[in-house]
Design a protein around this ligand. Structure first.
Ligand code: MEV
Length: 452
């Protein structure tokens, strides 16, 4: 892909936006159709879940302007909330001025847990397990020949004694498994189930649970960015860049004010769990949107994110914001990122396959790096808005369109009704209905007034 900057994309009709994707990433007509329609037919959905009756649609948009590790990326985002895609794209544009996002990931190691009950002597059972570590790892290694072929497999075995629990003490075994480009749940769960009988022989106990941990804290992804301070002296209106409007003490925000406002907003989340939950929710707006668009398990990512945010014993921010020696704003986001590009819905869902092609990702680790970059951009978008004009202005103009549609507006009346509600600062369905009644369609379009 030559560039993820597509000026005017926002204003194009939907079909022309799809044409731009063909030009940028060589998507086939079938792949474009998958994006346009959601991709999954009822017949394809039927074998995926039980009692299927159809599919459930979500808007799919494109995060623009992303430069991740020097690579241009158009990011597919599936999300129903307005402002998210515009916010991420806008912040990615600011980040480009500082070189874009840098992303690093750890090895794709997942943790499988075995809970061993009814062990007579926990200390000596632990020692025995460690003495048999090489044998257990060799057994686990044979379980998934495909993963092994691609360089994955069992890496380590850890044993812990849980001293206190509602049922008293027991043993926990962690099997560390490199799952390469898979999300890994199936491989790890299978490995734990296969090892369990041998673990029982060695410990004399009974292996109760055998299941992967979603606190994937050995499979981390970290994104960082630097925003030149001068880039911050602007504000968002819709998805565009315009000079600040002067609604802050009668003058534009300076870059320094915005930078310090963002750092103060982050400090609130760093210190207070109630704020941290909302701050991290903003991060997950970006993260989940890409996770969903690529057919990955967003519940697993959510569980891992929030458990990781509480790893110190106190729930806190997943991101950190500060300033560098040149007075620029710096940001980082680190979180578990158990996503795959093989297996599961990633290879079955036509739109998910097209999404991976659009991003041109070759490894799960590359996908993880893009996802954390989007999460960081999304966090910046929220903090920047909150630290300046507040979240509602940008959000409301987009939300107003949904309210207008819900009230029955169609075609060009959607924008007109939305704009009037925003101007009146009254974005409500009853007001949208009133506006629609007061401004019949035939006056604007010449078409007969639609039934509302
Ligand atoms: C809304 O979906 C997300 C925000 O609340 C995030 C935040 O407060 O940082 C705007």
């Amino acid at each position: 892909m030559t560039t993820s900057r597509i000026p005017g994309f926002y204003n194009l009709p939907l079909d022309e936006r799809l044409d731009k994707l063909t030009a940028a990433a060589g998507l086939t007509p079938g792949e474009l159709a998958a994006f346009r329609t959601g991709g999954l037919s009822p017949d394809q959905a039927d074998p995926m879940v039980e009692n299927a009756v159809g599919t459930f649609g979500l808007p799919l948009g494109i995060g623009l302007n992303f430069l991740v590790n020097g690579r241009e990326v158009l990011v597919p985002m599936a999300i129903e909330e307005p402002s998210v895609i515009a916010g991420a794209s806008f912040m990615a544009k600011l980040a480009r001025a500082g070189g874009g996002f840098t992303a690093v990931t750890s090895a794709p190691e997942m943790i499988g847990q075995m809970q061993v009950l009814d062990v007579a002597d926990l200390e000596s059972a632990s020692m025995s397990l460690l003495e048999h570590k090489a044998e257990l790892l060799a057994d686990a290694d044979e379980i998934d020949p495909v993963l092994k072929k691609f360089g994955g497999g069992a890496r380590d075995l850890e044993v812990r004694i849980i001293e206190e629990s509602p049922i008293g003490a027991f043993l926990v075994v962690h099997l560390i498994y490199d799952v390469r480009d898979a999300m890994g749940a199936n491989a790890v769960n299978t490995a734990c189930e296969k090892l369990a009988p041998r673990v029982e022989q060695i410990t004399g106990g009974r292996v109760h649970l055998k299941i992967l941990s979603n606190l994937a804290d050995r499979r981390l992804a970290k994104a960082s960015c630097t925003i030149p301070v001068k880039e911050l002296a602007f504000e968002t209106v819709g998805a565009g860049l315009v000079p600040a409007q002067g609604d802050h003490k009668g003058r534009p925000y300076t870059g320094e004010e915005v930078r310090d406002g963002i750092i103060a907003a982050w400090a609130f989340a760093a210190a207070d769990p109630h704020r941290a939950a909302t701050h991290n929710k903003g991060i997950m707006n970006g993260v989940d949107a890409v996770v969903i668009a690529t057919g990955n398990d967003w519940r697993a990512i959510e569980a891992g994110a929030h458990a990781y945010a509480a790893r110190s014993g106190r729930y806190t921010s997943l991101s950190a914001w500060g300033r560098d020696a040149d007075e620029n704003l710096t940001g980082t986001l680190e979180m578990p990122m158990a996503v795959g590009i093989v297996g599961g819905a990633t290879r079955v869902h036509p739109a998910a396959k097209a999404a991976l092609k659009l991003m041109g990702v070759k490894t799960a680790s590359e996908l993880a790096g893009i996802i954390v970059s989007v999460g960081l951009a999304q966090n910046l978008a929220a903090l920047r808005a909150l630290a300046t004009e507040g979240i509602q202005r940008g959000h409301m103009s987009l939300h107003a369109r949904q309210v207008a549609i819900a009230a029955g507006a169609t075609g060009d009346r959607i924008e007109k009704v939305a704009a009037q509600m925003v101007a009146e600062k009254m974005v409500r369905i009853d007001r949208a209905e009133e506006i629609l009644q007061d401004a019949p369609a035939h006056k604007e379009t010449g078409r007969p007034k639609p039934k509302i």
